[in-house]
Write a protein that binds this ligand. Structure first.
Ligand SMILES: *Cc1c(COP(=O)(O)O)cnc(C)c1O
Length: 429
């Protein structure tokens, strides 16, 4: 069994009962299923294998900002994935996870001199460039090193992916990428630079895209631009198609992954280039849960609050994006006819996981699970309210490992100091 299912009346992670794990690790905690991640990866890869010819198989570069735990990244490496990173820190993680430089791409609107320098030293597959200034800076750093930098240019196709307004990235007014005429101009310039190896184009239209048809227009525009540049005699060996494929959190239609592969074939399949994609959420989103203990039940004039020991600092998506996460009891959900607002302990009204949720009559002390928390969960957590970061646990069949241990309050305080002048008796008063 892979993923999260009921067996003998209780939620399991793969073959292990969730309460058995939490008995040893404490709550709250993230639990991931290695089998589920593998299943998601294989489903995507199989769709490409069925629809696209052998020489057009895209490199699947895991957008590791979705879940950059070293164990998860090592698993991705084992599966054959590359990585899409957005910081020097994620570059370090990719290397530690064993991902080969020729499978690493570096995206993001703000790369520091140090980060660019590291990327060039490592000789990664490509830096996805977001502006003319960045391209000139890369060329300069590469020249100083006398080492060629591999680059692609991120194209903003001016489409609306109908994702959440905070995760739509490819409208002309969004901060990402460059518009067509600027891409053409910069591409030609880059092709003439001795220390730049211009490899192609990149596009990424947004996140949690459930209607895959939204990819068609942007990929058509990308392919058209690529053909124009090829016709000018410019070098082009890569089209990076980005990520963003959505998952089912609630009642969305599951994205049709074969249809997605068909769109890739129809739009980019006839160009003589290597393809790559950058899924994040799709690979890990439903492969993780956040387990939390119900500390208190309180009733305000008929409104039932279920107060958990996990908060918005552990899982920010509901507070940040009004995102829906299914909340359930760890015991099998029978007779779910009571209504609860499920909230955390943080001193913010936004610290609410769900309102008016239908649940069985709850008992204080029991375990609850917040589903589909494998992407943009642990990676976005903070220590707000001086709440230490919680553990991450990776289950594989009937075994599990703590892949990030629980932080302590002492760990947090270690980085803080009180200056001497505040310790002196005389003080400033
Ligand atoms: C965030 C991001 C992704 C992954 O997005 P998902 O919605 O998790 O698939 C891919 N590419 C780039 C450039 C990104 O910034």
């Amino acid at each position: 069994m892979t993923g999260f299912q009921d067996k003998n009346g209780v939620l399991h992670a793969d073959d292990l009962p969730v309460p058995d794990i939490i008995a040893e690790t404490g709550s709250p905690a993230y639990i991931y299923s290695a089998g589920k991640i593998e299943e998601n990866f294989n489903r995507l890869q199989n769709a490409f294998e069925e629809i696209l010819p052998g020489d057009k198989q895209p490199l699947i570069a895991f957008a590791c900002k979705a879940n950059s735990n070293l164990a998860i990244m090592s698993l991705m490496n084992r599966l054959g994935a590359g990585s899409d990173v957005v910081s020097g820190g994620e570059l370090t993680r990719s290397t530690l996870a064993g991902i080969a430089p020729e499978k690493i791409v570096y995206s993001g609107v703000s790369k520091s001199i140090e980060e660019i320098s590291t990327a060039i030293d490592l000789g990664i597959r490509q830096i996805n460039v977001e502006s003319g200034s960045e391209l000139r800076r890369i060329a300069q750093i590469a020249e100083e090193k006398h080492k060629k930098a591999n680059v692609t240019i991120r194209f903003n196709p001016d489409v609306d992916s109908e994702a959440h307004h905070k995760t739509t990235t490819a409208r002309a007014e969004d901060k990402f990428g460059l518009l067509r005429k600027d891409v053409e101009r910069l591409y030609e310039w880059a092709a003439g630079q001795k220390w730049l190896n211009i490899r192609g184009l990149h596009v990424h239209i947004g996140s949690q895209v459930t209607k895959v048809e939204h990819y068609r227009t942007s990929y058509e525009r990308l392919a058209d631009l690529a053909q124009t540049l090829i016709d000018k005699g410019l070098p082009m060996d890569t089209l990076d198609l980005g990520g963003g494929i959505g998952i089912v959190y609630r009642d969305e239609n599951a994205p049709d992954i074969r249809h997605y592969a068909e769109i890739v074939r129809d739009t980019a399949g006839s160009l003589n280039v290597n393809l790559m994609v950058e899924p994040g959420r799709y690979l890990v989103g439903d492969a993780g849960i956040l387990v939390s203990r119900l500390l208190y039940i309180k009733n305000n004039d008929g409104l039932h609050f279920a107060v958990l020991d996990a908060g918005m600092n552990d899982l920010m998506r509901p507070a940040l994006y009004d995102a829906w996460h299914t909340v359930r009891t760890v015991r099998e959900m029978t007779d779910a006819h009571e209504s609860y607002d499920v909230v955390g302990p943080v001193c913010e009204t936004g610290d609410t996981f769900g309102r008016n949720r239908k649940l069985p009559a709850l008992e204080e002390g029991e375990l609850m699970a917040i589903m589909c928390a494998g992407a943009y969960g642990a990676v976005m957590s903070t220590t707000y309210n001086t709440r230490p970061l919680i553990p991450e646990i990776l289950v594989n069949g009937n075994q599990y490992a703590i892949v990030r241990k629980r932080q302590s309050v002492q760990d947090i305080l270690e980085y803080e100091t009180v200056p001497d002048w505040l310790n002196e008796n005389t003080g400033t008063r």
